[in-house]
Design a protein around this ligand. Sequence first.
Ligand SMILES: [Zn+2]
Ligand SMILES: [Zn+2]
Length: 173
Amino acid sequence: MTQRNIDRLLLTVLEQARALKIPISSRVAPHVRLNRRARNRFGCCIRGEDGYVIELSARLAEEGSVEAISQVLAHEVLHTCHGCSNHGQRWKGYAARMNAAYGYSIRRSDGFETLGLTDDRPVRYLVVCQKCGRRIPRMKRSPLVDHPERYRCKCGGALRVADGDQFDLFDQF
Ligand SMILES: [Zn+2]
Ligand SMILES: [Zn+2]
């Protein structure tokens, strides 16, 4: 999908949210920024001095359906509401209203499958420190991946292998 069409979708999504009286920011940049490097998230809402910029993964922009792209844009747009920088109750409430009104399936994190894409990421395992949150990606199985309990993070924290769902699509933080 072209940049222009994606910007149009953003406009549509903003209008949809406003029609439901969801208090999205009036300062969302009209151009969606395409991110070619992010592989582990599909969208991102960046707060700057002049308002918000919505970022979309270039891969989703190129291969995703209108529905998938709109859904991710809607997810990110809801982060511009007051008190919605995370996926807390308020954000979830707005997401539920968008879903009910427009047939989206906005959720905390989307997967490649739910967006109709093939997961082509090389990283298959992610070991996470339970104390400092350090993330250690591994391309294949290894003693660390099989037995994280035998190792320690540099900070001394215990290590655990994250579930597939946990290391996908953090669009924030
Ligand atoms: Zn640590
Ligand atoms: Zn989010």
